[in-house]
Design a protein around this ligand. Structure first.
Ligand code: GLN
Length: 484
């Protein structure tokens, strides 16, 4: 096996036993990038020099007998997390030259555990999208089929993990942006509970929904990364002051008697047949391992997409007001201040970002606020209550991650509504603030990965890990690799 395909726990064992060095792993990753990146286009920035100097550092620590959890592990980071002295663009022209003077808490915590940054990954501009086609820079290809999108908005991170261009990655998820690309690329994507991981240094899209999470090759790696990044941070007032359990401790624990809820609203007309079959087969598998399936209802599901697109765009219109050409990013000079603002924003933002700023500004404007924004907040409360009710009778919920496998490049770009519908199964989770993970559960006849979504109660990532690990270990999907 090549070094670049190691998982975190495999690499760590070999490093600790001194069977290989961090430099060996990092060299192997960059050789892999040289071989496949031209086809995949997952990265916006590669940090090779920094990576080799971090590798040297990590190796010294290993030699001294230090035992941190991510010592020497190569990571890719979505380009909306601030990395000190390393360009952070959100794949937007308006931030093309932004070099943050500070580091996000999540990446600070990764480095504190000894991780090695390989590069920053492509995304939909400001994380708005489901295919990475809204990137202002480049289109990332799905490693399983280069004519297809990798999903989005964390498409670069998911593709990089699937293509073995890094061992693990961070993404962000506002309405599905970790889980949907993970599902399309055949890797594991976890969106933690809102408040579990600090958002300090994450460029804000919709602050009441955004959450940083993990994209990894398997469930154990996700638990290891979560151990590193989770926990209260005084720099983010929405991060929860709760103790963080050791997420690896539940792996391997028996799932007999666990109640898995199957929401009937998530098996809908128009859903891909092969996706439906794969998910139903996964439920049977869990049942044979001793879990108890129970049909449940989340009655307000049909309003989720509409509610999300009012709340997310409203928050975005406010958050993106800061890109005005004054403090950082692109600046187009104009004849006066107003002219400078207008010209900077007109040329710095892409079409989808502009669409959302306009939608959100409209929904918040006086006279429409009650009809749209306030109404959406009320419906959000009902959606949240659906989940609270369901979790009174079940431990987790099981659904497909997305209604279809990865679609073709260009297939949905002309119709934003079709694009929005690809998040139909992931969006409610963000509105409710609960955690969810996508884990590979099969392949279509065209060899495209399918993802199973497991949703948990607030701050109960442990149940997700327990069920997902049992499922993963009982199946072999994670062993398949794309032929690049
Ligand atoms: N695809 C959804 C959107 O376009 C979700 C994006 C995300 O989670 N960042 O808003």
């Amino acid at each position: 096996m090549s070094l670049y395909s190691l998982t975190i726990s495999e690499a760590r064992d070999l490093l600790i036993k001194r069977d290989l060095t961090v430099q060996n792993i990092v060299s192997s990753i960059f050789a892999r990038i040289d071989a496949v990146e031209e086809k995949v286009s997952a990265f916006l920035t590669l940090t090779k020099d920094e990576a080799f100097s971090a590798a040297e550092d990590a190796q010294k620590k290993i030699n001294r007998g230090e035992n941190k959890s991510l010592l020497g592990i190569p990571f890719a980071i979505k380009d909306n997390m601030c990395t000190r002295n390393i360009r952070t663009t959100c794949a937007s022209k308006i931030l093309h030259n932004f070099v943050p003077p500070y580091e996000s808490t999540a990446t600070t915590r990764l480095s504190a555990e000894g991780s090695v940054l390989i590069g920053k990954t492509n995304m939909d501009e400001f994380a708005m999208g489901s295919s990475t086609e809204n990137s202002g820079v480049q289109i990332t290809k799905n490693p399983w089929d280069l004519e297809r999108i990798p999903g989005g908005s964390s498409g670069g991170s998911a593709a990089a993990v699937a293509a073995d261009e890094c061992i693990a990655a961070l993404g962000s998820d506002t309405g599905g942006s970790i889980r949907q690309p993970a599902s399309f690329c055949g890797v594991v994507g976890l969106k933690p509970t809102y408040g579990r991981v600090s958002r300090y240094g994450l460029v804000a899209f919709a602050s009441s929904l955004d959450q940083i999470g993990t994209i990894t090759k398997n469930i154990r790696d996700s638990a290891i990364v979560m151990n590193a990044i989770a926990g209260h941070d005084p720099c983010d007032s929405t991060s929860a002051p709760l103790p963080v359990p050791d997420f690896t401790a539940v792996l391997g624990r028996d799932i007999r008697g666990m109640r898995i809820g199957i929401p009937k609203e998530y098996f809908i007309e128009g859903m891909d047949r092969e996706v439906e079959q794969a998910v139903k087969e996964a439920i049977r598998h869990l049942e044979s391992a001793g879990a108890i399936p129970i049909e449940v209802s989340l009655p307000h599901t049909e309003y989720a997409v509409a509610t999300y697109y009012i709340i997310a765009t409203s928050e975005a219109s406010s958050n993106l007001a800061r890109y005005d050409g004054v403090k950082y990013g692109l600046r187009n000079e104009g004849k006066d201040l107003m002219d400078m603002y207008v010209s900077t924003r007109a040329c710095g933002f892409g079409a989808e970002v502009k669409r959302r700023i306009m939608l959100g500004t409209y929904a918040l404007s006086s006279g429409y606020y009650d009809a749209y924004y306030r109404k959406a907040q009320q419906v959000r409360t009902l959606i949240k209550k659906d989940f609270e009710d369901a979790f009174r009778t079940v431990d987790v919920l099981i659904t497909p991650t997305a209604p279809t496998p990865a679609f073709k490049i260009g297939e949905k770009t002309a119709d934003p509504l079709q694009m929005y519908l690809s998040d139909i199964f992931t969006i409610s989770v963000n509105l409710a603030g609960v955690p969810a993970v996508s884990v590979p559960c099969g392949f279509t006849s065209g060899n495209l990965p399918v993802g199973l979504q497991i949703i948990g109660n607030h701050f109960d990532e442990e149940s997700l890990f327990r069920i997902a690990y049992a499922y993963e270990q009982g199946t072999e999907w994670r062993l398949r690799k794309p032929a690049l």
